[in-house]
Design a protein around this ligand. Sequence first.
Ligand SMILES: Cc1cc2nc3c(=O)[nH]c(=O)nc-3n(C[C@H](O)[C@H](O)[C@H](O)COP(=O)(O)O)c2cc1C
Length: 219
Amino acid sequence: MKVALINGSPKANRSASGTLLADLQKYITGTDMASGSEKPQIAEYSCNQPNISDKIKVELQNTAVLVIACPLYVDGIPAHLLSCLMQLESADWKNHSIHVHGIVNCGFYEGIQAEPALCVLQNWCAKTGLIWGGGIGVGGGGALMQMPTMENGHGPKAPVEKALRAMADTICAHGTQENQYVSIAFPRFLYRMAAQMGWRQMVKANGGKTKDLGRQNRG
Ligand SMILES: Cc1cc2nc3c(=O)[nH]c(=O)nc-3n(C[C@H](O)[C@H](O)[C@H](O)COP(=O)(O)O)c2cc1C
C-alpha cells in the first residue's frame, strides 16, 4: 500500500507541517500490521509552488492514501496549495477508492480554528470523487518544531502525537475516522507570551520597531 505524504507548507525547510508528517511517518512505519496486510510504502512530496507536474499527478493517482498537511492561512488553505488541488481535481481519477487525510496546523492555540480548512480539503475530496479518511486540526502550530517528542504519551506534544497515532492506525487499516481537533499540552497564556516575544524579535531582526506590529495600513 502506497501512502503519499504531501507537505503543503510554502516553507521549503523547517515547517510545522513537515514535523507533523515526520511524526506520522514514524507511527505508520512502526504500526503492527495485521498478518497478511501489505506494509505501507511512504512517498514524500513537497507542494510549495502553485503548480504540480504531470509526473506527480500520475504518481498520486497510483497511491492508496494521500495525506495533505498544511498551515492554516486566513482560515483557509494556502493559495499555492489550492491551485495545486484545482489542477489535481481536473485530472482523470480512475481509482475512486483512494483515501485522503488532512492535517491542518494553525498559529492559534485552538485546533478547532482549522475546521474550515479541513472542510475545504473534504469538499475537494467530494468533488474529485475520492474518499475523505478524516483529518486533524492542530492548534499551537507555532511551537511544534521546538517541542521534543517523548515516549509513553508524555510531554507538551502528547495530545498531538496521540491524534497522529490514531491517524496512522486508520491509514494502515485503510479506514476512515472523524475529524479531530487538538492542541499542545502547554499553558495558553505562556504560548501567547512566547509568540509575542517571537514577533518582537522578528520585527527587530527585519529592521522594524515593536510599535510597527500594531500599525494599520489604511489605504
Ligand atoms: C499569511 C498567513 C496567514 C495565517 N493565517 C492564520 C489564521 O488564519 N489562523 C491561524 O491560527 N494561524 C494563521 N497563520 C499562522 C500559521 O498557520 C502557523 O504559523 C503555522 O504553524 C505555520 O505552519 P507551517 O510551518 O507548516 O507552514 C497564518 C500565517 C501566515 C503566514
